[in-house]
Design a protein around this ligand. Structure first.
Ligand code: HAM
Length: 429
């Protein structure tokens, strides 16, 4: 055989392993979010991680950073161009149209969780494989739906122990009022063109609204003085935005009106919002989630005009901030430890383990360890109340020894009585 140099493989840049010790936080997030979404009347949807790349060009936006710079794409052998989804709103709408959800009573309220892929420069809180939890309410134009999505986010943050959350909110208008705003924006930036970064000079030509997304230092002072969308809203958008803010006031939800918030995706109309952690040096500039209304997107993708609103939370980032404030108890909490000894004991131990599990008794073990000392040490470390010892003799006799870990007192009982005896002792403890 030719000699191959051994190689230590690494996860791709910007991607990572989420190890067991971190999973308690992820579980806590996912269980809380899923439960709450269902309580709010949202139903789960899963869509493929790969979609036709054109779907994102048409919806997220041809000139957005996400589509021009960050999409992972591939060509199949039959020359179809697919993309690893950089976000899931387009995929959910594709499913809504393709799978006939359009025929259900509206609005259709969906939630999803899963990995997204963006080829960005990795940095704190920014991954190339990132996880989002999202909600989409499709088929209802009422402003109360925008407020409900925002309410869900604050409710979830509260359940996760994150109380210091800032929300930035804005309205970017609709097809009616956007042209006048765009003209004002272009006019403003054109007079300052020479002071803009090269990306913004391009944006000025291709997609002026994106000028307000720029993160370049030199563009910030210019951006800060730019015309505000809210000054250009038509009557309908103005009324809608006012109502959303009234709902938030009614619920005493804090918000910050941010004129420069336009979001980095092209499909939004009317309300847009983002969440940040308050007063935190490391995290206050990193969005924990964001969303908004997108009343034209279903039509853009070939459906009937259908208003919709939604949001996605960045789970990687939320888990990071949960770790700062929250103590999460591990979910694995065995009360009993099964010790096996000798060939016969080992052979019978799997069956006994299953019997205990079926009776609802979570049982730990360290099968494969020979010595009783090592096994009992593990039982001690886990803090279980009882150890069950199945040795050669017990396996032959059909019995098992129950040992109280605190007092060290042991008793031999027939295996048929094991479950009853264990339950009795656990109840007494
Ligand atoms: P987005 O603002 O692009 O919106 O992403 C939502 C959230 O995903 C961000 O606020 C952030 O927390 C997280 N996120 C984005 N990129 C990264 C990254 N590279 N690393 C870690 N986390 C990241 C959307 O994706 C829209 N689909 C949301 C939406 C749903 N709008 C309406 N419906």
């Amino acid at each position: 055989m030719p000699k191959v140099k051994s190689k230590q493989f690494q996860a791709p840049k910007g991607m990572r392993d989420i190890l067991p010790e971190e999973q308690v936080y992820w579980d806590k997030f996912i269980k809380s979010a899923q439960r709450l979404a269902e309580d709010y009347g949202f139903q789960k949807i899963e869509t493929p991680v790969l979609e036709d790349a054109e779907l994102f060009v048409r919806s997220t936006g041809q000139t957005t950073d996400i589509v021009t710079k960050q999409m992972y794409t591939l060509r199949t052998s039959s020359h179809v161009r697919l993309a690893l989804r950089p976000e899931n709103t387009p995929g959910v709408l594709r499913a809504y149209l393709q799978d006939g959800l359009v025929n259900l009573p509206q609005p259709v309220k969906l939630y999803y969780y899963g990995p997204m892929f963006r080829h960005e420069q990795p940095q704190a809180g920014r991954w190339r494989q990132l996880y989002q939890f999202g909600l989409e309410t499709i088929g209802e134009k009422a402003s109360i739906m925008d407020a409900q999505i925002i309410q869900f986010c604050f409710h979830l943050f509260r359940l996760l122990g994150l109380t210091k959350i800032n929300m930035h909110i804005n309205s970017i208008g609709c097809q009616q009022c956007r042209p006048a705003y765009r003209r004002a924006l272009v006019d403003y930036f054109r007079h300052r063109k020479n002071k803009l970064c090269p990306d913004c000079q391009r944006r000025l030509k291709e997609n002026p609204l994106r000028l307000l997304d720029c993160k370049e230092e030199k563009c910030q002072p210019i951006k800060a003085q730019a015309p505000a969308t809210v000054d250009y809203l038509c009557d309908e958008c103005h009324r809608h935005f006012k109502e959303v803010l009234e709902y938030l006031d009614e619920m005493e939800m804090p918000y910050f009106l941010n004129n420069a918030l336009v979001r980095g995706l092209d499909y939004y109309t009317k309300t847009v919002f983002e969440f940040f952690l308050e007063e935190n040096e490391k995290y206050s500039a990193i969005a924990l989630g964001g969303g908004g209304r997108y009343d034209d997107l279903v039509k853009e993708l070939g459906g009937k005009p259908t208003p919709a609103v939604g949001m996605a939370l960045g789970v990687d980032r939320i888990v990071d901030v949960m770790k700062l404030t929250l103590k999460v108890k591990p979910t694995y909490n065995p009360k009993v430890f099964l010790v096996e000894l000798g060939e016969m004991g080992r052979r019978k131990s799997l069956k006994l383990f299953e019997t205990l599990h079926e009776a609802g008794i979570v049982t730990a073990e360290s099968f494969g360890r020979d010595s009783i000392k090592a096994q009992l040490k593990n039982a001690d470390r886990l803090g279980v109340k009882l150890a069950l010892i199945l040795g050669q003799q017990e396996a032959l006799d059909g019995t098992v020894i129950i040992r109280d870990m605190q007092s060290g007192v042991q008793e031999t009982v027939p295996q048929e009585k094991m479950v009853d005896q264990v339950k009795k002792r656990l109840a007494k403890n």
